[in-house]
Design a protein around this ligand. Structure first.
Ligand code: PLP
Length: 389
């Protein structure tokens, strides 16, 4: 069967909405349009019942109770609410907080803001695999440490952090443990109780739900966590997040969680096989390929660096395979990814890096096409470099 082009291999950036998710959302736009906060009529009751169902679906996926879910607009907001909300509410405990250097910008930038406001921040480094050292974390905790934010899995290299060890340390020292689990939710098993998590950020569009919908898990027992809100308003969601609920987005997130939960084991092993086929296909045909990130990794993605090729040309030659680069193209100047820098990838290699992330629609044929493409592009670039005109 011929491969349909372009091939999408950027599932860590976003995923398509699952048609089953879309079907569940659809009635809540035009027919069941009620405000979930309207308690005096059936329009409101219908919307509220749908939100309650979604609450159970999300809770089941992460092992929480339904009433510990706060709806947000996505992981950026969930991270901001977790970090600023906890710091403002528990400031009296101390103004020292801990995170690590390969977090998503939606964690790094709130920490930087707090730092410039006079908070003391410990930035833990990572090893060559992208993992923090839990002993170093334990040593960094002081009497005035309020919170630790460590992501479950990295979005660029897929490295998973030792969550259970971190949770145990935080619990024993009475420190709030926040995790950005955006890339892990629905991909690997998560249980907030066994991992000792107090706050967990997630986003619908990374797991086949709609964009602009997310959730923050907020522990409400042993200990109960309260967050100072980011904005004031109608006092929705226990006063932690005002604003009329995005019922369609919430219903979509719930359905996406249920589907992910049901298919997780099978889909993860299917994707791990595809990912290994991709890595093997490329590394057996090309010299000088480095796999970035290691140890326990997400099953569906890989980040590869190619020696002796120019990063910009490499990416633009991958025209019909949608992948992501190892560089931040947010500015006109190409900068290598700070994540790759943090795990010790040299400058030139970091610029010549590609992140492949697979998902529900990925096939063996697509993987083989991508392998063929990369191998051809890299070989051609190296030949041209070897004998210049
Ligand atoms: C995508 C992503 C975010 C941002 O999520 P949005 O819902 O797009 O705001 C945050 N953290 C990680 C790890 C991500 O992958």
């Amino acid at each position: 069967m011929p491969v349909q082009l372009p091939v999408y291999m950027d599932y860590n950036a976003t995923t398509p909405v699952d048609p089953k998710v879309f079907a569940v959302m659809a009635p809540f736009f035009c027919e069941a349009f009620g405000n979930a906060a309207s308690t005096s009529h059936s329009f409101g009751w219908t919307a509220n019942a749908a939100v309650d169902k979604a609450r159970m679906q999300v809770a089941a996926l992460i092992g929480s109770s339904p009433n510990e879910i706060i709806w947000t607009s996505g992981s950026t907001e969930s991270n901001n609410l977790a970090i600023f909300g906890a710091c403002k509410n528990y400031e009296y405990r101390g103004r020292h907080i801990i995170t690590q250097v390969t977090e998503h910008k939606a964690v790094i930038d709130p920490y930087k803001r707090l730092q410039s406001d006079g908070w003391q921040v410990t930035w833990l480094g990572v090893d060559r695999n992208g993992r923090i050292d839990v002993d170093e974390l334990a040593r960094a905790i002081r009497h005035d440490t309020l919170m630790v934010s460590i992501m479950w899995a990295n979005n660029e290299i897929g490295t998973m952090q030792p969550m259970h060890d971190i949770g145990r340390i935080c619990k024993s020292r009475g420190v709030i443990f926040h995790t950005d689990a955006t890339q892990a939710v629905g991909k690997v098993g998560i249980n907030v109780d066994s991992a000792g998590i107090d706050l967990l950020s997630m986003s619908a569009h990374k797991l086949y739900g709609p964009k602009g919908s997310g959730a923050l898990y907020v522990r409400n027992h042993d200990p109960r966590i309260e967050l100072f809100p980011l904005f004031e308003g109608g006092g929705h969601q226990l006063g932690m997040r005002s604003g009329t609920l995005n019922v369609t987005g919430i219903v979509g997130l719930g359905a996406a969680c249920e589907i992910a939960f049901q298919g997780m084991a099978d889909e993860s092993s299917r994707l791990a096989i595809l990912r290994d086929r991709l890595e093997k296909g490329i590394t057996t045909q090309l010299e000088g390929v480095h796999i970035n990130g290691g140890g326990e990794r997400l099953p569906h993605c890989t980040n590869l660096s190619f020696a002796d090729v120019e990063g910009g040309v490499l990416l633009s030659s991958m025209d019909d395979v949608a992948v992501s680069s190892g560089s931040a193209c947010t500015s006109a100047v190409k900068e290598p990814s700070f994540v790759l820098k943090a795990i010790g990838v040299p400058y030139e290699l970091a610029l010549a890096s590609i992140r492949f992330s697979l998902g529900r629609q990925s096939t063996v044929e697509e993987v083989d096409y991508a392998v063929e493409k990369v191998v051809a592009v890299v070989k051609r670039m190296r030949e041209m470099k070897a004998k210049p005109e």
